[in-house]
Design a protein around this ligand. Structure first.
Ligand SMILES: C[S@@+](CC[C@H](N)C(=O)[O-])C[C@H]1O[C@@H](n2cnc3c(N)ncnc32)[C@H](O)[C@@H]1O
Length: 940
């Protein structure tokens, strides 16, 4: 099998293939990134087309750069010129227009390396054939930038919708259609609309002036359109040219979207039109997932940063895309509707949702590289250790921090490097994000020069340099990086020499690379070098020469590259329990920030900067207290468990996530691994899947004579009913009713059984398999848990996990009284130890409880609901059938919709003065709420 090419190698290949066309390298790379994104990182599409897709994308971009000729009286042909420009190819740098056209068409015709016409070409051809009305340039559902930017007059539209339609359309959602607003000039029902609409109530004849008050449209994904310059211009151009604000809002059919995609993904485009919008804001109530108060509170501190900004604001969970990716994806490619509602101001916006990212418009770029060094390429990419290296150094997993050079224009699209074949290694390293910043260097295609600034989950920072052998030796590190690294060097290595220069250190590396160029080594090796005399204060460092993973077309230039690491290691400053994994760079960075990490402050500083080129980072870091945790389980669970409200994440009390119960103290649990016992075990009768045995195996028979689970792994109805109807409480501090043992426990097969792990009688022990999320409840219950997917009745959700303590241990720990905080996280396993007198001191000393206050899993966030909770706790015995120790597993009592909060009935009697724990006022809003009824728990 041909070895898989790295992304870098494939990029290089693409650059080479297009070399003859003399496109700027940075443009090739940028377009390639876009295409990869469109094609879901599938190189095959691009390569199989002999890069014609890529060529088309570049040519398209070039076309769009052609200045548009506005028709005037003096130049009546201008419009015609514009139309024809759609079919015209602008020359790449250094290429005449004729030449470029020739080359482009040659490629498309298959005379060159490329063969088949790309979709883009077909689209262009189609457009060229379109009617003489230049508005026809847009395909249905395609966003007309001019329209958005207010340049295009509404009067050019075929029909004019009435102003009263604004409400109608704001609720409407039509795929592939641009829905009309009052000034849209389009009929919502018409199939031949051509552009987004404007729905601001308009005075006759002033459509153009009044443009863009409301735009309501939908869009369907078009892969090829991503290649178009519109792709960028829509965000950048529209925001800049007409001060359009772009943001996402909750959509009216919130649930539907959530059910489909897990997240709401709407984009709202509005003009930066000032306070006159306010009155109308109130007329357009949006779906509210959170209370207004809550939202204001959450974003109050970021308001100032946004008030005068225009840009792209995105919400919702972007399926692990970076904020920029997500926003662009939503804006241009989301197959779902994008509804713009009106009117929009930052204020009503904030009332309705919490943004995840803000992408400011492009800024002017300062292209002044340092005198003595020439910028070749900055690439802060996920180059870290190989899987093996990481395996050898557990805990050393590195995460990438990205840096946008202020000195160079970002020419590559920002891309999420998650799942990027070249950048994410199998070891599960999480790269936060990546940006490619490159500046062409005399036509050379430089692919292998990379700086990698990474931080580990425990706060280490590392700067690495990777460099290919074919590159010139001059490099430039952004000044901000140099400054921070210099400071860090001085601090970490206790360098006192004021003349210490980080740049020199870097140059030493480069020189070493040059030296090593001539001695290419086949196998990975490493050697330690000592810094040159010119840099006496730096400590020694290590360089590793390694062969890039196999290339099917070996090329000396591609085979070897060099990696230097251990340049800088910064003392860990981030608490271990915060895992910085990556929905987005921004969130992760802020994740560090809430714990006040000095490192992060430096990084933030590093990322800021007025010259930051088209980067959301500079703006985003202005927001305070904003964060997002992707996985509170820190990888302990098979499924990531995210936290929705980033701004509240700082309030997430510190606890250690464990996926399985653990004994911390003296609790004695008799579990004999792998020892077949005569009781409660189906060894040796069972092989394979016990569920297929009839009559049930021994374990199965312990579940009241039959398996507790259906063939599809759901708890059977009868058990659900039985346990839902019980009035037990497991909530510490409240009186218990009957001991659990009277009802049927579930007994699962286990290691000691003869069956396989895939046996259908093993459900709870497999852990969480559903998508769960911790979120801040708007009702005031604190954190809660919601499901991100719809769940069938009887589905296992999670078990209550904590530290296993004996009651006597618990009491010893809380000799001065157990705090309410702790109380709230203790669950009693009363089996076999319950003493009828429900006073704590009388508990069997060895009775076990689970304390999730310090060590726990997601279940510690599940809130209470009286009577009709959608979860029920059922004791499940896995390791032993002794009823002494069991797992308290939560199953759904009914079908549960995606985004529904998961609740369980703690079984507590509110207003019962006898219990020891401080009661909370129940906010469950269940019709069966016992709080108002002042029910007491019946003690048997
Ligand atoms: C096991 S914790 C649940 C997670 C908790 N909400 C948090 O933020 O960590 C139990 C605590 O949550 C709160 N809680 C749970 N259900 C509630 C409800 N129905 N009404 C009000 N507060 C509730 C109470 O403060 C209770 O002591």
């Amino acid at each position: 099998m041909a070895p898989k090419l790295t992304k870098a190698a494939r990029t290089e290949k693409a650059c080479r293939a297009l070399r003859d066309l003399r496109f700027p390298v940075d443009m090739i790379r940028a377009k390639l990134e876009e295409l990869l994104r469109v094609h879901r990182k599938n190189w095959k599409d691009i390569e199989d087309s002999n890069y014609s897709l890529l060529i088309d994308a570049i040519l398209s971009a070039e076309e769009e750069k052609q200045p548009e000729k506005v028709p005037t009286a003096a130049d009546p042909e201008a419009k015609q010129v514009k139309r024809s420009s759609k079919g015209t190819l602008s020359p790449p740098q250094g290429t005449s227009g004729h030449e470029a056209r020739h080359v482009g068409s040659r490629y498309r015709k298959g005379e060159g390396k490329a063969s088949s016409p790309s979709p883009l070409k077909r689209k262009r051809d189609h457009k060229a054939e379109a009617s003489s009305d230049s508005d026809g340039d847009l395909l249905p559902g395609e966003l007309d930038l001019e329209e958005v930017s207010g340049k295009r007059s509404c009067t050019r539209k075929k029909k004019v919708a009435s102003s009263s339609s604004s409400k109608k359309v704001s609720g409407a959602r039509r795929k592939d259609k641009i829905l009309p607003g009052p000034c849209s000039g389009l009929d919502a029902e018409s199939e031949d609309y051509k552009s987004p609409t404007v729905s601001k109530p308009t005075n006759q004849g002033s459509a153009r002036d009044e443009d863009t008050k409301i735009r309501l449209y939908t869009r369907r994904k078009k892969a090829a359109s991503l290649s178009s310059p519109q792709y960028h211009e829509k965000v950048k151009g529209s925001c800049q040219k007409t001060e359009v604000k772009v943001g996402a809002i909750s959509r009216p059919d919130h649930r539907e979207i959530v059910a489909r995609g897990g997240w709401e993904t709407q984009v709202k485009i509005v003009p930066n039109s000032g306070s006159d919008d306010d009155s109308e804001d109130a007329e357009t109530p949006l779906i509210r997932r959170r209370t207004k108060r809550q939202r204001r509170e959450d974003v109050a501190d970021i308001l100032p940063a946004w008030e005068n900004e225009t840009g792209l604001i995105c919400y919702g969970n972007p399926l692990n895309l970076s904020p920029m990716d997500y926003a662009l994806d939503m804006y241009l490619n989301d197959p779902r509707d994008m509804v713009m509602e009106s009117p929009y101001t930052i204020n009503n916006h904030l009332q309705d949702d919490i943004p995840l990212a803000f992408i400011p418009p492009a800024r002017e770029i300062d292209h002044t590289p340092a005198d003595e060094v020439k910028v070749l390429e900055y690439k802060f990419s996920g180059v870290t250790e190989t899987a093996k290296e990481v395996a050898d150094n557990p805990g050393d997993s590195m995460k990438l921090l990205e840096y946008t050079s202020p000195d160079a224009e970002i020419t590559g699209a920002v891309q999420s490097s998650i799942n990027d074949e070249a950048l994410v290694s199998e070891d599960g390293l999480n790269f936060i994000d990546q940006k490619v910043v490159s500046v062409e260097d005399e036509g050379h295609c430089c692919i292998a020069e990379e700086y990698c600034v990474a931080s580990s989950s425990i706060g280490e920072m590392r700067l690495s340099l990777v460099r290919g052998p074919s590159l010139p030796s001059t490099i430039c590190v952004p000044n901000e990086v140099i400054k921070v690294m210099e400071d860090e060097c001085k601090k970490s290595y206790k360098i006192t020499d004021p003349s210490f220069s980080f740049l020199k250190l870097m140059n030493d590396f480069c020189n070493l690379v040059c030296l090593m160029d001539s001695t290419m080594i086949d196998a990975p090796t490493s050697s330690t070098f000592h810094p040159s005399d010119s840099n006496p204060s730096a400590s020694s460092y290590k360089a590793t020469v390694f062969c890039a993973p196999g290339n099917d077309a070996p090329d000396p230039c591609l085979i070897a590259s060099f990696r230097f690491h251990n340049l800088i290691e910064v003392t860990p400053q981030v608490p271990k329990h915060i895992k910085l994994v990556g929905f987005g760079f921004l969130q992760s960075i802020k994740g560090i920030e809430f714990v006040g990490s000095k490192t992060n402050k430096m990084i933030s500083k590093l990322l800021e900067g007025p010259k930051c080129s088209r980067s959301f980072i500079g703006q985003a870091t202005q927001r305070k207290g904003y964060g997002y945790l992707d996985d509170i389980s820190k990888g302990e669970e098979k499924m990531e468990i995210s936290v929705l409200e980033g701004s509240r994440a700082k309030d997430l009390k510190r606890f250690n996530y464990i996926a399985q119960n653990m004994v911390l103290g003296e609790a004695n649990i008799e579990v004999k691994l792998g020892v077949p016992s005569s009781k409660g075990c189906c060894y040796p009768e069972c092989v394979g899947d016990c569920q297929t045995t009839n009559p049930p195996c021994k374990c199965g028979q312990l579940n009241g004579g039959e398996f507790a689970y259906t063939q599809s792994g759901l708890v059977k109805e009868q058990l659900l009913r039985e346990w839902s109807s019980r009035k037990d409480t497991t909530f510490y501090g409240h009186y218990l009713s009957r001991p659990h043992m009277e009802s049927n426990f579930i007994k699962e097969c286990w290691y000691s059984c003869g069956c396989l792990k895939k046996c259908g009688n093993r459900i709870v022990q497999r852990g969480i398999t559903r998508k769960l999320q911790v979120f801040w409840t708007p009702e005031g219950k604190g954190w809660g848990v919601q499901t991100l997917e719809s769940l069938p009745k009887g589905a296992f959700v999670c078990e209550y996990v904590g530290a296993i303590l004996t009651m006597s241990e618990l009491h010893r720990q809380g000799s001065k009284g157990i705090t309410d905080e702790k109380n709230a996280h203790i669950v009693l396993l009363d089996a076999g130890r319950y003493i009828s007198e429900p006073v704590l001191k009388d508990y069997g000393k060895e009775a076990l409880c689970l304390d999730a206050s310090e060590y726990g899993n997601v279940a510690r966030f599940i809130n209470h609901r009286c009577g009709d909770a959608n979860l029920v706790g059922i004791p499940v015995e896995v390791e032993t059938a002794s009823h002494q120790y069991y797992h308290l597993a939560f199953f759904t009592t009914r079908e549960v919709d995606a985004m529904e909060e998961l609740t369980r009935d703690y079984g507590i009697g509110f207003n019962d003065h006898r219990h020891t724990a401080k009661q909370f006022q129940c906010l469950c809003s269940s019709p069966f709420c016992r709080d108002s009824q002042k029910d007491l728990i019946v003690i048997d």
